[in-house]
Design a protein around this ligand. Structure first.
Ligand code: ADP
Ligand code: MG
Length: 696
């Protein structure tokens, strides 16, 4: 088996190994320089790479190529072009030029751009991201790319991400220089843990709500939930196990280092975690993982749900963003075991604390989606308040630093820092708190607020840029005169003191935390329309402009896109509910009432004076629910029409949140009550119990 995995791994990827084997050595060196230092690739070099890449791809059976990119919808996009080029003599050759490799021009006028690119205007172009390997999927050579308009605005999620990686690398290199280390590039790394549900395709197909919106808009609670906690790490169902096996193999072929898989807390919920990678590669891989999950599930009679909250009352799905920063040889969030390493660690730690505190509102925007609104703050995911968990050991260190008091650590210090040599933080002592949105886990931070459907680009763009800013602040403070160690230690102390309010080791689910957070002045923006406003605030725009990550225009356009997206999603959900209620649920209730009434009448026709109490109770209750469903449907119609007629995108999004969501909840409550009384044979939607507790 081991040999097979080794053979499979990366077999569909034009990776370092293929490049070294196949490219002329001068081209290989030049491409390596591009990859490692971000130097531009000359066209004649690109021509050589393209021709070699084409030959490799054709050997693998590829007939087409595509520039694979991430528009603002977050989902990847691709348009396939054939290599085939017909010749005058009636034959054909396979062509792929350097120009086609490094630049593409998709007709992408219908991707959202928030008004950045008038449809009539010049089209955007895609540019190869040579730091992410090309790969083959469905006989198509996929070239990971960034997508910009001709005037240079980012039209995608990858362009700002790459810019933010450069920004944090530049600043971190300067910090390391102050510590006497010459480093050319510092990378941020991400390990995304992906949660998802698998349900039977036959159930899925019967639910228009799942098909159209990815979540159930109706459905009463199952009589058994996750209270027995038997599913977590439990035995994996055979069909799920077969699915996971094929998924692993397909991902390995694509060079995605899928590592662990297990059942999650909720019934029918699972998780896949890869080994971490450089941020942009990790995100490309995560998007591929999500795509393969969806594609492979139906082969096993399953459907993969990646919505953040497919089932009301059952845990939703998240995507933990494990994040660190490092050089080739050193994880900069590892405390190390000498005082100087400790000081360097404390500088990076303090920078992260400062970044998260100053830009918590901006970070919150990156995890705000209509789907994730159901999770954050719902006692299954961290609250909408962004705080940092550091664990007891580190908290004690920070305490000692901030108050100038001695720290009773295990080893005596050799340096006048006010602290002993820091312990190496074991995962065990730092990973216990599951309620914190941003937790230090030994040598990395785990951002737990992102939802399962999220493209992690925004999260990391903001995180990288905010940390770059804090590191820049350190460089400025420590570049002047004075003893470096003293100045650095003083900066750490001041920074931690200034931003201690964001550190919280307690229970994030406790309602008292909301009160306490408010007292500390931490933002608590509970829904997407409230959260997104941070994209328009001067402080946040200034951050993005300072590091050339996003311009004011790009930020404002993203705000428009997000608000519009929010309204569109809720609109689809509301319309789908109306349709299901009118065409499926009310007719079901009516037919069943007919059946019950008929049965009661038939009983009385046979036995005079026989009791029809049970039938009457059901009829009275159902008739009441049916009336309420009908009224609630009318109300939802009117309220949705009013919201959708609004012109201002911000007002509209708020109307969907404030008015449409409660109207949806009213309709659902009546329908869910009816579901509990109607014969299962009559109810057109598969119930929660059957969807979640399937066997085989
Ligand atoms: P747990 O499952 O308890 O959250 P793991 O040790 O399995 O913790 O790690 C979760 C994820 O964190 C994995 O994807 C792992 O590769 C990733 N990870 C580990 N170290 C780093 C790092 N330095 N940078 C980014 N991600 C990391
Ligand atoms: Mg984790």
């Amino acid at each position: 088996m081991a040999a097979t995995v080794m053979e499979l791994y990366g077999s569909k990827v034009f990776n370092e190994h293929e490049m070294r084997e196949r490219l002329p050595s001068s081209t290989y060196k030049s491409l390596k320089a591009t990859i490692e230092k971000g130097q531009p690739l000359e066209l004649d070099m690109a021509n050589v790479v393209a021709s070699v890449m084409k030959r490799w791809a054709i050997e693998q059976g590829a007939t087409h190529y595509t520039h694979w990119f991430q528009p603002l919808t977050g989902i990847t996009s691709e348009k396939h072009d054939g290599f085939v080029s017909p010749q005058p003599d009636g034959t054909a050759i396979m062509e792929f030029s350097g120009k086609e490799l490094i630049k593409g021009e998709p007709d992408a006028s219908s991707f959202p751009s928030g008004g950045l690119r008038a449809t009539a205007e010049a089209r955007g172009y895609t540019a190869w991201d040579p730091t992410s390997y090309a790969f083959i999927k469905d006989d198509v050579l996929c070239i990971p790319t960034a997508f910009c308009s001709y005037t240079g605005e980012a039209l995608d999620k990858k362009t700002p991400l790459l810019r933010s990686m450069q920004a944090i690398s530049d600043q971190a290199c300067k910090v390391l220089k102050l510590f006497g280390k010459d480093v050319e590039r510092v990378s941020t790394t991400v390990g995304p843990e992906q949660e998802y549900f698998l349900i039977r395709k036959e159930d899925y197909d019967k639910r228009l709500d799942l098909v159209l919106t990815g979540r159930t808009l109706f459905g009463c609670m199952p009589t058994k939930g996750q209270e027995l906690e038997e599913h977590y790490f439990g035995t994996i169902r055979p069909c799920v196990s077969a699915f996971m096996k094929e998924l692993d193999e397909e991902l390995w072929k694509l060079g995605v280092p899928a590592k662990t898989k297990h059942n999650e807390v909720a019934p029918a919920q699972h998780e896949l975690a890869p080994i971490y990678d450089t941020t942009n590669v990790a995100i490309d891989h995560n998007l591929l993982t999500m795509e393969m999950m969806k594609k492979i599930a139906p082969k096993y009679g399953l459907v993969c749900l990646q919505h953040e909250k497919p089932f009301d009352g059952v845990n939703g799905s998240g995507k933990h963003n494990n994040w660190s920063i490092g050089t080739k040889n050193e994880n900069l969030l590892d405390p190390g075991d000498t005082p100087m390493e400790n000081l360097q660690f404390l500088v990076f730690l303090a920078a992260v604390v400062k970044a998260v505190d100053e830009y918590a509102d901006l970070l919150r925007t990156a995890v705000a989606t209509p789907g994730n609104d159901h999770r954050l703050g719902a006692n299954e995911a961290p609250p909408a308040i962004i705080s940092i968990f550091v664990g007891e050991e580190l908290e004690a260190v920070i305490d000692a630093l901030c108050t100038d008091s001695p720290y009773a650590g295990p080893v005596k210090m050799k340096m006048d820092l006010g602290v002993d040599v820091l312990p190496t933080f074991s995962k065990d002592t730092t990973d216990r708190n599951r309620t914190s949105p941003f937790a230090f886990t030994g040598n990395k931070f785990e951002f737990r607020a992102p939802g399962s459907a999220e493209n992690l680009s925004d999260v990391n763009t903001i995180l990288n840029t905010a940390v770059a800013k804090a590191l820049k602040d350190f460089v400025e403070a420590a570049s002047g005169d004075g003893d470096f160690e003293c100045v650095a230690a003083a900066w750490v102390k001041k920074t931690l003191n200034d931003h201690r309010r964001v550190i919280f080791n307690g229970d994030g689910y406790d309602p008292a935390w909301e009160v306490e957070a408010e007292r500390r002045g931490l933002p608590n923006r509970k829904c997407t329309p409230d959260a997104m406003i941070a994209l328009t605030e001067d402080k946040n725009i200034a951050l993005m402009e300072e590091f050339g990550v996003l311009t004011r225009t790009e930020m404002l356009s993203r705000y428009e896109v997000e608000m519009e997206h929010y309204s569109k999603i809720i609109n689809i959900e509301a319309r789908t509910m109306q349709r299901i209620a009118s065409k499926q649920l009310l007719p079901a209730v009516t037919s069943y009432m007919g059946e019950v009434a008929g049965a009661a009448a038939a009983k009385q026709a046979v036995v005079e004076g026989i009791s029809t109490k049970a039938e009457q109770k059901v009829l009275v209750a159902l008739s009441g629910y049916a009336d309420e469903m009908s009224d609630a449907t009318d109300a939802l119609n009117a309220i949705t029409d009013a919201a959708s007629a609004m012109k201002d995108e911000a007002e509209k999004a708020h109307a969907y949140h404030d008015n449409v969501l409660p109207a949806m909840a009213r309709l659902r409550a009546a329908a869910d009550a009816a579901e509990q009384l109607v014969d299962e044979e009559y109810w057109p939607l598969p119930c929660y119990s059957r969807m979640l507790f399937y066997t085989e």
